[in-house]
Design a protein around this ligand. Structure first.
Ligand code: PLP
Length: 308
């Protein structure tokens, strides 16, 4: 995922559009030290004669819900944040595939350090940059991480808070250092949870299974899109606890995520998944998902927000 300031002209920052180099925060920003922020990852895709943001409303609503869980009180409404996102893409003349990163976070105030964030300003920013693919490979070889996914007992795994991502980052760092493309994290009970930045689905005998909210997953929007796609294709899908050994014995395995799209997994902990090739269910779902995001599905046209 590459980004540089020369690719980004304008950033939306606390209500105004400013040049990227001018969107700055003080070193004592609360969120920098304590992870007190929430964010989103949103994609825009080129369609026949436009560029469209995929499921913008659902992403903005999830971000506001994330902020609600941690009581980060933003002054911005869903409509303002959605409107600012569309306007930002226009201002940056985005013409192709792009990644959008909105963030709401606890800022800085005079008077030194304090963990409790009441009385602190809450700031918001939106950045967009050109983006093609998250993984540099179409198919992945992954490991089960030594680190467990954060649990409900300490934080809220279902929402997208900055602090949650130290857990994801350490798992991803470890996986890459050991030569794998990605990590799968187990939850605190030892059931499969998700990837460092993706939800996970397994296929057994032509049926789909995915861990439930109670397995400490982020409630993924791509995961929800796959629920719709599976229903349309008459593929049975069940949310249920997934055991670690099922990763080794299932027929097919894939990740879903805004950045990752639908990405097949061909190997887990050196064991081939199924026959070691992309399976038919994964292939169908991936094709269908790509059609939808690229504006080739009438049924899901309402998931796309045109920029121009
Ligand atoms: C930890 C984690 N799980 C799952 C997902 C997939 O969620 P979504 O499909 O909403 O992008 C993401 C990416 O946003 C993530 O960071």
């Amino acid at each position: 995922m590459g980004m540089s300031s020369d690719e980004v002209k304008y950033v939306w920052f606390n209500g105004s559009f400013v040049p990227y180099s001018e969107a700055k925060v003080p070193i004592l920003t609360h969120a920098l030290h304590y992870g007190t922020g929430v964010f989103e990852g949103i994609r825009a895709y080129p369609t026949d004669n436009n560029v469209c943001i995929f499921r913008l409303k659902e992403h903005v609503v999830r971000m506001l819900n994330s902020a609600k869980v941690y009581q980060f009180k933003t002054q911005y409404t869903e409509e303002e944040l959605s409107g600012a996102t569309v306007e930002l893409l226009r201002k940056n003349q985005i013409k192709g595939s792009a990644y959008i990163r909105p963030i709401i976070f606890v800022g800085a105030r005079p008077g030194g350090i304090e963990l409790g964030y009441s009385g602190f300003p809450v700031w918001a920013a939106i950045v967009v940059f050109p983006f093609k693919a998250y993984f540099d490979k179409a198919e992945l070889r992954v490991c089960v991480s030594q680190w467990r996914r954060i649990s409900e007992q300490s934080l809220a795994p279902q929402v997208k808070a900055c602090a949650n991502y130290l857990n994801s980052a350490i798992a991803k760092f470890e996986a890459k250092a050991n030569g794998y493309d990605e990590a799968i994290l187990l939850d605190n009970t030892g059931s499969v949870s998700e990837g460092s930045g993706e939800n996970i689905f397994i296929v057994r005998n032509g049926k789909l299974y995915t861990p439930p909210i109670a397995s400490g997953i982020l409630e993924g929007i791509t995961r929800d899109s796959v629920f719709h796609i599976a229903k349309d294709l008459n593929i049975e899908l069940t949310e249920r606890g997934v055991a670690r050994a099922e990763l080794y014995t299932c027929d097919e395995l894939f990740f879903t995520g805004t950045a990752a799209g639908v990405t097949p997994i061909l190997e887990v902990d050196k064991r081939p998944v199924g026959n070691g090739e992309v399976g038919p269910v994964t292939k169908l779902i991936k094709e269908e998902y790509n059609k939808i995001v690229n504006g080739k599905s009438k049924k899901y046209a309402q998931w796309l927000t045109p920029i121009y």
